[in-house]
Structure formats: structure tokens, C-alpha cells
Design a binder for this molecule. Structure first.
Ligand SMILES: *[C@@H]1O[C@H](CO)[C@@H](O)[C@H](O)[C@H]1NC(C)=O
Ligand SMILES: *[C@@H]1O[C@H](CO)[C@@H](O)[C@H](O)[C@H]1NC(C)=O
Length: 345
């Protein structure tokens, strides 16, 4: 009898320990599928971070094109000014796995020229590992949401001043706006259509819709279509022909990959593959292009006011139940249970 109970206790303790170990090292992929790049929208990384609770021991994974970006940890002021010349650490090779070893604010930028000032920066608040499980973020309270360094976090001692930088509202951020947000002032970007999937018949007919959703296309941006030559092409078509998948009289056809199309005009642009049947299976892409920068380049960091969208923008999924936190909570409960059982028997 007693032996049986002891085995149960040991088993529960082992389960608790295992749960605790995996829960104490939550791994976060920065930017999720976007990875670590110059984002199409300068608030993407602050939006991404705002749904997470980081704890000492957690790991950030930065996926990027090595040699095209880096991960530079810097001080708050260097992050505010996008100055990577005196870094705390630099990771040049992707994927960069960074273990959060200390509590407090951490600031990461890409030190390649122009990248940080166009939004390739991440500021997070890391909580001590010993703190009790954070409340479930059904409605994130301000103190539970990491905010970029430009805003003093309410739960922490605010920095004395934010280095005199006057917050300038960026044009890129009105989450409640029904139309695509105004173009952020930034350098033209190249979008690889479908990312690593390329330009193919997708498994889901809405694949390219989803790909385009949440991206901001600005005049001057480039769409790059990658595909196997003579198996696909890129036909620019009218809206009607896009809707009916009619590639008969396209505006233009580009047969030779990689096809790089410069979005030279604002408005809607429609692309299909004119190979028979491909468009109707979903190989079609519509993008909304906004006029180029209409405002002077905003000074460096994103403004504080728009960090937490009141309504989820297309680029950010609504905050999911915080898996790491619930794991922690369950590990905690399991530990308590095991200890209780051990005490009783
Ligand atoms: C960047 O920071 C370094 C010191 O950390 C400073 O010497 C340099 O002047 C700064 N550069 C700019 C452009 O502010
Ligand atoms: C482009 O934006 C307009 C206005 O918001 C919208 O009506 C239209 O459906 C959009 N088109 C595409 C292809 O997303």
C-alpha cells in the first residue's frame, strides 16, 4: 500500500518537474511567420510582443536572412535612437536563439542601416522567473503588456525622461481605420509572393489572400514571383478577369521567373497565373497599393500611443490564450498537488 502511494507521489513529482522544466523555457519565434525583417508596418514587433508575457529563461528565436540582418541587443536610448554602434551583443547568424537571462527591459534592433528606423526593433519586458503566474490576458492590463522602451512601463520604475524625444504620431497607425492604414514612410520593399511557397497552385484557395492580408503595399514596392518556368506565369489582369479567372487578354504577362513587378501606381492590382485551371484553384493575388510616403520620415521609434491596438489589426491575431502562462500555471498546480499528496501520505 505505502509503496504504491510513494510511487504515485514520485510519479506526480516527476510529471510536475517535467512540466515545470518545459514551461520555464517558453520559446517565442519573433514575428512568427514574418520572421525578423524590415516589417511592412512599423508596429508589427510591438504588436507581436504585446500579446506575450516573457519570463526569465524564455527563449527568443529570430529567423532572418543571415548577412541581410542581425540581432543587436542595445540599451534603451540606443534603441530609441536606432544606434547600434555600441551594442550589448550582436548575433549575425540565423536562427539566433537568445535566452532571456535577466529580468527587466530588453531592446533588440537590426543594426543594418535604415532597418531599425523602419521598425525592425523589438523591446520587451522580462519578468522574474519566480513571480507567480501572470493573470490570464483575457483583457491585457497595461502592467501585463510589455511595451516598447519609448513608453515607461507602469509596473516598473519609469526612466526619468525619454531623452527629450517628442513623440510624433506616426501615420501608419490608426487601428480603427476601416481602410488600409496610410503608407508608412519607408524605403521600398520587396515582397516575395507566398514567401517560401512561391507562386504555385496553393493547397488553400485563399492562400494568397491570407498572404496579402496585413501587408502594406506602397508605390515603389516590388512583388517578386518565384515559380518554375513554363509551369506558371504572372498575368496582370483587370478586376473582372481576376474575379472570373480569365487570362485571355491580360494587361501584361511575365513568363520568366523570378518575375519582379514594381507597384508603380496606387490602387488595386490583380495578378493570376494564366495557365489553365491554376487561377480557379487559387493561384491569384490582389493587392491594394497606397500612395508613397506623404509625410516626412517619422523620427526613429514608433510612437507610444499606438502600441496596443484597440481592435486587432489584420497583421496581428487577437491575443491567443497565453500558452506559456497556462503551462506555467498547470505546472504550478501539478507541483502543489504532488507536494500535497506527499504530505498527506
Ligand atoms: C551612437 O552611440 C555612440 C555611443 O554609444 C555615440 O558615440 C555616437 O555618437 C552615436 N551615434 C549617433 C549617430 O548618435
Ligand atoms: C482595396 O481597398 C478598398 C477600400 O478599402 C476595398 O474596397 C477593396 O476591396 C480592396 N481591394 C483589395 C484587392 O484588397
Amino acid at each position: 500500500m505505502a509503496v504504491g502511494f510513494n510511487r504515485t507521489v514520485i510519479f506526480l513529482l516527476l510529471v510536475a518537474a517535467a512540466l515545470w522544466r518545459c514551461s520555464s523555457a517558453a520559446t517565442y519565434t519573433v514575428g512568427d511567420s514574418l520572421g525578423w525583417t524590415v516589417p511592412p508596418n512599423p508596429t508589427i514587433y510591438s504588436d507581436w510582443a504585446s500579446t506575450k508575457t516573457f519570463v526569465v529563461g524564455d527563449i527568443l528565436v529570430f529567423n532572418f536572412a543571415s548577412g541581410r540582418h542581425d540581432v543587436t541587443e542595445v540599451t534603451k536610448s540606443a534603441s530609441d535612437s536606432c544606434n547600434g554602434s555600441n551594442p550589448i551583443s550582436v548575433e549575425n547568424n540565423s536562427p539566433a536563439r537568445i535566452t532571456l537571462t535577466s529580468a527587466g527591459d530588453h531592446h533588440f534592433i537590426c543594426s543594418f542601416p535604415g532597418h531599425c528606423s523602419n521598425g525592425q526593433k523589438l523591446s520587451i519586458t522580462v519578468r522574474p522567473a519566480t513571480s507567480s503566474p501572470a493573470p490570464q490576458p483575457s483583457s491585457p492590463s497595461p502592467s501585463a503588456v510589455p511595451v516598447p522602451a519609448s513608453v515607461p512601463t507602469p509596473s516598473l520604475a519609469p526612466e526619468p525622461s525619454s531623452s527629450g524625444r517628442s513623440p510624433s504620431p506616426s501615420p501608419s497607425s490608426s487601428p480603427s481605420s476601416p481602410v488600409p492604414s496610410p503608407a508608412p514612410s519607408r524605403e521600398p520593399m520587396t515582397y516575395v509572393v507566398g514567401d517560401s511557397f512561391g507562386w504555385n497552385i496553393p493547397t488553400s484557395p485563399t492562400f494568397y489572400d491570407s498572404w496579402a492580408q496585413g501587408k502594406t503595399f506602397v508605390v515603389g514596392d516590388v512583388l517578386e514571383f518565384n515559380f518554375v518556368i513554363q509551369r506558371h506565369n504572372v498575368a496582370k489582369v483587370t478586376k473582372d478577369n481576376f474575379t472570373s479567372c480569365n487570362g485571355e487578354s491580360p494587361i501584361s504577362v511575365s513568363p520568366n521567373p523570378p518575375v519582379r513587378i514594381i507597384l508603380s501606381e496606387p490602387g488595386e492590382h490583380f495578378f493570376i497565373c494564366a495557365f489553365s485551371g491554376h487561377c480557379s484553384l487559387g493561384q491569384k493575388l490582389a493587392v491594394n497599393v497606397t500612395a508613397g510616403a506623404t509625410t516626412p520620415p517619422s523620427s526613429i521609434a514608433s510612437p507610444p500611443s499606438d502600441i496596443i491596438p484597440s481592435t486587432p489589426s489584420p497583421t496581428t491575431a487577437p491575443p491567443p490564450p497565453n500558452a506559456a502562462t497556462s503551462l506555467r500555471a498547470s505546472a504550478f498546480s501539478a507541483t502543489l498537488l504532488a507536494v500535497a499528496v506527499a504530505l498527506v501520505y
